[in-house]
Design a protein around this ligand. Structure first.
Ligand SMILES: Nc1ncnc2c1ncn2[C@@H]1O[C@H](COP(=O)(O)OP(=O)(O)OP(=O)(O)O)[C@@H](O)[C@H]1O
Length: 465
């Protein structure tokens, strides 16, 4: 956080070193506030980003820690809250003009896929869904028919609750993304389909809530345990009050729905922040129902409050800061969402069953009579192969007490010996046709010796003469 004054706002640190935002209300604005005598408002946050903060800085501080936890199997939510035009969409999705303006969603996708590539011991599967909530109705932004139809013509996304009170969303498609590019294409498709309309406050105001969700399944290689987690990236509709915008007709209806759903969101957040509160009113709105497992309980929630620095928006900015303070009071108990993969679990149990039968046979001295299965024979093949390939002369073939397996392994080895090609016999070196060599000397050497002998005899004869 940068310290300093930004017009009527001041950024510094409180006594405990936390970033603090102080809003100093100018006299001419004070009458518009509920407590019109109050002149300064102080808010404490985990982090404050001043106007020049880069998208990368925001991503690193806000999103990266949440994503690291999501990849480790926890649920995570990041949502942007603030009045229209304060930068929610810019923060969550990003600006379209420059690459450096990419927001939290595309950066999260890049980060997640790069993490996946650098974790060879883990297998990840990613699925993506993109939900828009408009006038309290849910619509699938990734529905293939979306481009051709009006939003209202699409099948509505509805809530279903199972006997364990888990929420399921009917008509919301979930798409697998194997690469960053595929995931970005889904984001692009959803953003293209997003409903936008004009209001007097903003030419391209988003009047709906959008929830981009990355569903992650991970498993360590060879493990039967799978982890399921999800990351919700939420771009809320503008939080400004209706009276401020001076709108009517359809836009007024929309604004009322937005205000109501944000009010219910606030109610849930207030309930979650009260220590001994038993009932949390999640069911009041579609958004709180969808985010039920993502606002409190088993989830890491991060809220980004976007504020306008302009004087005329000061009461909205203070209201946004108040909301953010309440969210900061929620304490969640997070746990990894682990479960066993049914297929791997069955395989594991079958193996355990077999081991137990083998042990029983060993204990009772009784031999198993039924035929070995194809899997058993393959197991024997592999065991023999490993044994033969092992260059250690002291290695042994461990087969357990099952006589059938021992016999199968012997049979496999015998087959391998029988099927081995006959060893190549060394061929005799062809010799020139002549008398065979005698003794340790070759014929050439013998001839040389005979010649030498003859020469010596001649020399002796000459000397005698
Ligand atoms: N940090 C920023 N840097 C540069 N431009 C920004 C920044 N934040 C917002 N903007 C620009 O301000 C305008 C409004 O921002 P944005 O659409 O993100 O607001 P919003 O809060 O999502 O509004 P709405 O509620 O209407 O969706 C956009 O043109 C956006 O590009």
């Amino acid at each position: 956080m940068k310290s300093g004054k930004t017009g009527i706002y001041e950024l510094d640190e409180d006594e405990e070193g936390f970033p603090r935002l102080t809003a100093v209300v100018p006299k001419e604005l004070a009458s518009g506030f509920i407590n019109n005598k109050r002149e300064t408002y102080k808010f404490r946050f985990d982090k404050c980003f001043d106007q020049p903060a880069s998208q990368d800085e925001v991503f690193q501080h806000v999103a990266q820690p949440v994503i690291d936890n999501v990849l480790a199997g926890y649920n995570g939510t990041i949502f942007a809250y603030g009045q229209t035009g304060s930068g929610k969409t810019f923060t969550i999705t990003g600006g379209a003009e420059r690459y450096v303006d990419r927001g939290i969603i595309p950066r999260s996708l890049s980060y997640i896929f790069s993490k996946m590539e650098s974790s060879p011991g883990l297998t990840y599967t990613f699925h993506i869904s993109y939900l828009e909530i408009y006038n309290e109705n849910g619509y699938d932004l990734l529905n293939p028919k979306h481009e051709a139809a009006k939003l209202e013509d699409l099948p509505k996304v509805t809530l279903l609750e199972d006997s364990d009170q888990n929420i399921h969303l009917k008509n919301l498609t979930v798409h697998q993304a194997n690469t960053e590019e595929e995931a970005l294409n889904l984001l692009f498709l959803g953003d293209t389909n997003r409903m936008i309309a004009e209001t007097p406050m903003n030419q391209a105001s988003s009047r709906s809530h959008c929830i981009f969700t990355i569903h992650i399944v991970s498993r360590e290689t060879g493990s039967a345990t799978i982890r399921r987690s999800k990351l919700h990236l939420v771009d809320l509709a503008g939080s400004e009050r209706v009276s401020k915008t001076g709108v009517n007709g359809q836009i007024l209806t929309e604004a009322k729905y937005i205000n109501l759903s944000l009010h219910y969101l606030e109610q849930v957040i207030v309930a979650l922040s009260e220590k001994n509160r038993q009932h949390v009113p999640y069911r009041n709105s579609l958004m709180t129902s969808v985010l039920r497992d993502s606002l409190g309980g088993n989830c890491m929630t991060t809220m980004i409050a976007t504020c306008s620095m302009e004087k005329k928006n000061m009461d909205e900015s203070i209201s946004t800061c108040r909301f953010a303070q309440r969210v900061a009071m929620i304490r969640n108990d997070v746990m990894v969402n682990e479960e066993l993969d049914p297929k791997l679990l069955i395989m594991k149990l079958r193996q355990e069953n077999k081991d137990l039968r083998d042990q029983l046979a060993l204990a009772t001295g009784e031999q198993l009579q039924d035929e070995l299965t194809e899997d058993d024979i393959q197991w024997c093949e592999d065991a023999v192969q490993r044994y033969l390939e092992d260059s250690d002369p002291h290695s042994y073939l461990s087969l357990g007490p099952d006589l059938r397996k021992i016999q199968a392994c012997f049979k496999i080895m015998k087959m391998r010996i029988l099927q081995r090609p006959a060893p190549v016999q060394p061929q005799p070196i062809p010799q020139p046709e002549s008398t065979p060599d005698v003794g340790p000397y070759s014929k050439t050497e013998l001839k040389k010796l005979k010649d030498l002998l003859l020469q010596r005899d001649n020399e002796i004869n000459i000397l005698i003469i």
